[in-house]
Design a protein around this ligand. Sequence first.
Ligand code: G1P
Length: 294
Amino acid sequence: MQRIRKAVFPVAGLGTRFLPATKAMPKEMLTVVDRPVIQHVVDEARAAGIEHLIFVTGRGKAVIEDHFDRAYELEATLAARGKKAELEILNAAQPGAGETSFTRQQSPLGLGHAVWCARDLVGNEPFAVLLPDVLVLAKKSCLAQMIDAHRETGEKTNLIAVEEVAPDQTHQYGVVGMGARKGPAFEVTSMVEKPAKGTAPSNNIVTGRYILQPEIFEVLEKQERGAGGEIQLTDAMVALAKTQKFYGFNFEGTTYDCGSKLGFLAANVAFGLAREDIAESFRSELKRITAGSK
Ligand code: G1P
């Protein structure tokens, strides 16, 4: 079984739902507790053994590149002042030399196009895709759970993290039809991007974590437009499903859609309460606030 060594992070999105916060700052740099959203997603990937992080960025996103670089002056100053704990925080979050790559999606043509922009950096091996809007709070990294499940579905298979949502929510997502069980996963029988209300094949949505075979790039190469006039990753997966197996995997954990204001606020509460160092005082603070609100 080929190891999953590389992960692609499509981070070119405009973040219009968070204006004015995202006017001069990428939405991926909004903070959940004390680290940017993209840092949480990268931590999930690194906890799953990913060795190379591939960012598909765009105009105005250069600060993401800086975030994953060493900050020499800052580190030197912290060291001179004996700030060991702060240095440790920086070190733990730091990918090693040569473990990151950045390429740009030059036009906003859709998620499928963003992933295709990473084709040369990925090369001819299976790889992971993690959408930075989605944070998963879980005991074991969601991607690590997926890699374990993928090992059981066999060579040349693709695996998508899925979760159930209320039927009136499915039109906002990619939706999969679920067939026979295979170990910890299910065979995917159909996939559709943003189905019209009442037409979804199930309530299982694509949550933004994928393990894909490199043949997806040959399909994306054709650059066919789908829902919203965009080049959709889901459509490319539908085409690839004619020759390769796709599996859906219900992971353990709770997802937060940080692309929406409510999801982002909820993520801050949930991740804050999950942090031993602040959980207790944060809980009392939340009680105080909610007791006073109507
Ligand atoms: C993307 C995918 C969709 C998936 C969703 C998860 O949609 O195209 O299949 O369900 O992410 O958040 P977007 O949120 O970019 O519209």
